[in-house]
Structure formats: structure tokens, C-alpha cells
Design a protein around this ligand. Structure first.
Ligand code: ATP
Length: 558
């Protein structure tokens, strides 16, 4: 049985926190990993998880079943403090870990350090909280963490709490850990990086790297374990993107949710891009895909969209489906779904490292398409025939889809990377120049600033400004602060969080669609408004008018 003390890991956490140098952090971790290899190799998987502040690997469905409230209850029971006192402290300090440390340090009633805590003990108690359900489960969980706090030093208790709250705060990202693992076992960083990309499991990577180079090299993608999706950069323009990639698979970009579908033996699982298991919410997708593909192990990727009369409908509907835990059958009738598949990462064997060209050919050869399961519409284009991409773009928009994607035909699938091998291109969003006539203070970190502005258009007939939309996104911290300061001189009245302004400052706001609305004086509003910039270059008489809004609606309807 592994005997490495939790204290050793806590000392590493502290050393890492005490330096801002990434290189030093890497050295501290790699030295620790080497010592583990010498003294206690079997604990490496757990150590790597705990260094990430986790107790389950990222591909796992499991979650620790302990809330902050339960930590407060445990501390209150252990130390005789009122829960209210601890809650107040949390409100002012913000870090439950610091509070745990301080409370235990200052408490004289309890004798701690009865049994030295091992890493194994900490992780196994925390893991056990996940599986406890049913009556009296809260008490059972409470006892498991109480047992840890009773044996912990104040510093250890701080990190136990931070692990439970999933806020380790030691400033170590995945990149640092990858480097540290490479250094610890003297293996090239690229080898570690590849193994991590394909397995999505740093613990497994470290364990194998500890064993041998061959072992980590043989780690690969596995059906059943979700991997991070490859991400897209923005395309600067159709022609430019095709010229840069030379040979490009150009595909319709669907506006739904991205799913990874894994089949292992008889079991099919569906994961979102955040690796949540949504299999139960999408039973028909399981059925469709089971029918459309041969009875082999595979991982395919695609976009699920909601349809009405076989036409795509707003992305909002599909969100309702994915989040649904109950009443799935009724929702299935109400919001029908279909899937467009666009990649295959495993079929009998790993395929993610083959070129996109090969993967697409494979996908075409294994999928039997239907109304429910289609392959993404695509064309292979080069700079010579880039007009075909423009055609596909126009066709895709006409069909109600979002835009197009460009994918380098020779590129492998790079899980979790946002590189130049996959680009997205959407139509330029329309904008309107609106005047600020109101504001609402933000929440939390933004409480001192106007987090959202009420924007209005000019009614040229009456010369008045009529409200159109509240816009909150698009502002960075600097803009937020500057605009709040600037708006103070235009305040007409304040009612709690809500402020009315004299029309003075003009904002350009981008949006995706104009929609009817009873909430605003114009009778319309904007979907997905995003503040682009302050228009100090134009005057109040050039604020966009309601007439212009009507023209835009006409264009939109065309
Ligand atoms: P991102 O996914 O890049 O972080 P985002 O969530 O805002 O950003 P978009 O900007 O819309 O998404 O673009 C990328 C997304 O487009 C993909 O994650 C995927 O869900 C979706 N998508 C739709 N059609 C395709 C396709 N044919 N190939 C790849 N992705 C597609």
C-alpha cells in the first residue's frame, strides 16, 4: 500500500505557489515526479491528478459530491464555530481554502495530527463521496471529509478544501505539467504532448512515461473516453484561407451542438465539446448512428441540429434538448434532431493521426446516410477553383446554415488545439449605431461598472430616441471602466441598479438578427447584440434611425 504522505504533495503545492516562474514550477514538479518514481511509483496516477486539482480524470463522468456548504458544516462541527460565522468569512475572504487553514490553526480545542495523512487516504476519501447516495448520504459524506480534516495540519486542510472546491490556485496549467512530465522522465515534450492529446488523461501519460518511452508512445485514442475537440480559428476571408492552405476541404458550418459519438462493444455514448455525457438526452441520435454505421468500435464527430420541416431552426432549441434530464420522449417529439457527421477519429483502430483526406474517405465508406444522419456537405477546393467555396458559402446560408469551415486536407486531427488547420467563416455581422439612454450596474466583479447598456435609435419624425436593446457583451475590462466613468456626467436618474442617461454617447452594436419585441419602444430588438466600439466620430444626428431599422428588416426578410 502506497505510503507517500500528503504533506509531501502539500509542500510541492506551496513551493509552486511561491514562484511565478513557469520554469521553476516545472522544475519543482519534475523533481517531485522523479522522487515518486523512486519511492512510490504506484501513486503516480493519483499524484498527477491531484497536481491538476482533480480527483477524477477529465474523461470521467464522475464528480465529487461535496458542496462548499458541506465543507462549512464539517468545519463547524469539528471546531464548534457557527456556520454563519464561517459563511461571513467566506463572503469577505473569498477563498474557502484560506479560511479552512485559518480556522484550524486558531482552534485550540481539538488535537489534530492523530494519524499522518497519506495521498492515498485523501484521494480515496474524496472519491468515495461520489458514490454515496440515498438516505443519510450527506452525513456519510460529512464523516469522510471530517476524517480528513481531523488528521490534517492547517496547511494540509487548506489544500483538501481547495481540491474539493476545485480551485487549487497554484498557477499550474496543463502546459506546465506536460513540460514537467517530459523533464522528469527525460522524454521529448512532443511525445508527451501527443500522448496527452490522444488520451486526454495526464495521469495515464505520466504513469506510462514513468514506465518507459515505448509505453507512452503506444498510448492512443480509445473509444469510450472522450477527447477534447479540435478547435477552429477565424478565417480572414475565403480566398485568403484557401491560398494559405492550398488544398482545402470546405464544408457547410452547421449551427447546432458538436458531439463526439463513441461506440465501444455494444455501448454508444455521446459527449459534448465540454466532454459531458449527454447520451440519455439524445436517444434518437444513438439509434440513428447505430443504424448508420457498422457494428464496430468507433469514434465519429458531427454537429447535431434541430429541425422543423427538415429545415434548421435556432440553436436555442437544441440547447433545450441537450440540457433535458426528464421528459426526454416528449421533447423528442417537440424538437426533432438530425446529425451531420464530419470526422472519424477511430474505426476498428485509431485514425485521428491520418490525414483529413483519408479520414473523410473512410467516413464516406462506412456511413449509410439517411434523412437523420447525413455527412457534412463539402467540396475540395484549391486556389484555382476557390469560387466553388464561395458557391458553397452562399448555398449554405441559403439553406439556413451558419457559414463554412476550411480544413487542410493533409492535417491530422489535433485534439484540444486551436490551430491553423481548421478555420471558420461566417457572414459579416450587420451593425447599428445606437445612442446610450440607460445602463444597469453589473454583478460580482463588475458591480462597480455599468455591465449592460440600454441602446436607442433616433425616431426622425419626433426627434426622440426610442429604445431597442440591452447590450452587455463585447466590452473588455478597460472599455467597461472608461465608459462607466465617462457616463457619470450624463446620469439623469438612478433607481437602485438602473440608471437613465441623457443621450450623448453612441455605440456601434453588432447583432445576428432583428426580432420583434414588446419590451422596447421601437417594437423590435436585436439577437446576440455585441458592443463593437464607441462612435465618437459621429454626432447625435447621425445615430441610426428607425427608418434604417425597417430597411434592415426588409433586407433580412429577403
Ligand atoms: P469555437 O468552437 O471555435 O470555440 P464557437 O463555439 O463560438 O467557437 P463557432 O465559432 O461557431 O463555435 O465555430 C466552431 C464550431 O462550429 C465547432 O466547434 C462546431 O461545433 C461547429 N461546426 C459546425 N459545422 C461544422 C463542420 N462542418 N466542421 C467542424 N465544426 C463544425
Amino acid at each position: 500500500m502506497s505510503k507517500t504522505l500528503y504533506e509531501d504533495l502539500v509542500n510541492v503545492y506551496e513551493d509552486i505557489s511561491n514562484t511565478t516562474s513557469r520554469l521553476e514550477k516545472e522544475d519543482i514538479i519534475s523533481e517531485f515526479l522523479r522522487s515518486i518514481k523512486e519511492k512510490d511509483p504506484e501513486i503516480i496516477y493519483d499524484v498527477t491528478l491531484l497536481l491538476q486539482g482533480k480527483i477524477f480524470p477529465p474523461w470521467s463522468d464522475k464528480e465529487m459530491g461535496v458542496s462548499t456548504q458541506l465543507i462549512i458544516k464539517a468545519l463547524s462541527k469539528l471546531l464548534g464555530e457557527k456556520t454563519k460565522t464561517i459563511e461571513n468569512k467566506l463572503a469577505s475572504v473569498g477563498d474557502m481554502g484560506e479560511i479552512t487553514q485559518e480556522l484550524i490553526k486558531n482552534n485550540k480545542q481539538v488535537t489534530f495530527f492523530k494519524v499522518p495523512l497519506t495521498i492515498k487516504k485523501v484521494i480515496s476519501n474524496l472519491r468515495r463521496t461520489e458514490s454515496i447516495t440515498g438516505s443519510n448520504s450527506q452525513n456519510k459524506k460529512l464523516n469522510l471529509i471530517l476524517e480528513l480534516y481531523t488528521s490534517a495540519s492547517p496547511l494540509e486542510a487548506k489544500y483538501i478544501t481547495r481540491t474539493i472546491t476545485e480551485k487549487l490556485r497554484i498557477g499550474v496549467g496543463e502546459g506546465t505539467l506536460v513540460e514537467a512530465i517530459a523533464k522528469a522522465y527525460d522524454i521529448e515534450k512532443e511525445v508527451i504532448d501527443r500522448a496527452y492529446m490522444l488520451s486526454n488523461d495526464l495521469g495515464e501519460v505520466a504513469k506510462r512515461a514513468q514506465d518507459s518511452l515505448e509505453s507512452v508512445q503506444s498510448l492512443t485514442i480509445n473509444p469510450g473516453k472522450p477527447i477534447k475537440p479540435m478547435l477552429a480559428q477565424l478565417s480572414p476571408g475565403i480566398k485568403e484561407s484557401i491560398e494559405e492552405m492550398e488544398e482545402v476541404i470546405c464544408e457547410t458550418k452547421y449551427d447546432g451542438i458538436r458531439v463526439q459519438i463513441h461506440k465501444k462493444d455494444d455501448k454508444i455514448k455521446i459527449f459534448t465539446r465540454r466532454l459531458e455525457n449527454v447520451t440519455n438526452a439524445l436517444p434518437e441520435i444513438v439509434e440513428y448512428v447505430r443504424k448508420a454505421l457498422p457494428d464496430e468500435d468507433y469514434i465519429v464527430e458531427g454537429e447535431v441540429i434541430a429541425t422543423r420541416d427538415n429545415k434548421p431552426i435556432s440553436f436555442q432549441y437544441i440547447l433545450q434538448r441537450v440540457k433535458r434530464k426528464y421528459d426526454v420522449e416528449r421533447m423528442r417529439e417537440k424538437i426533432p434532431l438530425k446529425i451531420f457527421l464530419f470526422d472519424v477519429l477511430y474505426y476498428k483502430e485509431p485514425t485521428a493521426e491520418e490525414s483529413l483526406n483519408e479520414r473523410r474517405k473512410l467516413l464516406e465508406s462506412i456511413v449509410t446516410t439517411s434523412d437523420d444522419v447525413e455527412l457534412s456537405t463539402m467540396k475540395t477546393v484549391t486556389p484555382e477553383n476557390y469560387e466553388e467555396a464561395v458557391e458553397l458559402f452562399n448555398w449554405s446560408l441559403e439553406k439556413g446554415h451558419e457559414g463554412i469551415m476550411f480544413k487542410d486536407v493533409n492535417s491530422p486531427y489535433s485534439p484540444g488545439k486551436r490551430g491553423k488547420n481548421m478555420l471558420k467563416y461566417k457572414p459579416v455581422r450587420e451593425t447599428l449605431d445606437c445612442v446610450i439612454t440607460g445602463g444597469i450596474y453589473g454583478k460580482g466583479k463588475r458591480a462597480k461598472f455599468f455591465g449592460s447598456y440600454l441602446l436607442s435609435l433616433l425616431d426622425s419624425e419626433s426627434g426622440e430616441y426610442k429604445t431597442l436593446v440591452h447590450a452587455a457583451t463585447g466590452m473588455d475590462d478597460e472599455m467597461l471602466a472608461n465608459l462607466t466613468e465617462r457616463m457619470q456626467e450624463y446620469v439623469i436618474s438612478t433607481n437602485e441598479q438602473v440608471v437613465t442617461f441623457k443621450p450623448a454617447v453612441i455605440l456601434e452594436v453588432a447583432y445576428s438578427e432583428i426580432v420583434e419585441s414588446n419590451e422596447y419602444e421601437t417594437g423590435y430588438s436585436l439577437r446576440f447584440p455585441a458592443i463593437k466600439r464607441v462612435r465618437d466620430d459621429i454626432g447625435l444626428d447621425q445615430v441610426d434611425t428607425i427608418d434604417k431599422l425597417m430597411q434592415m428588416i426588409e433586407l433580412q426578410n429577403q
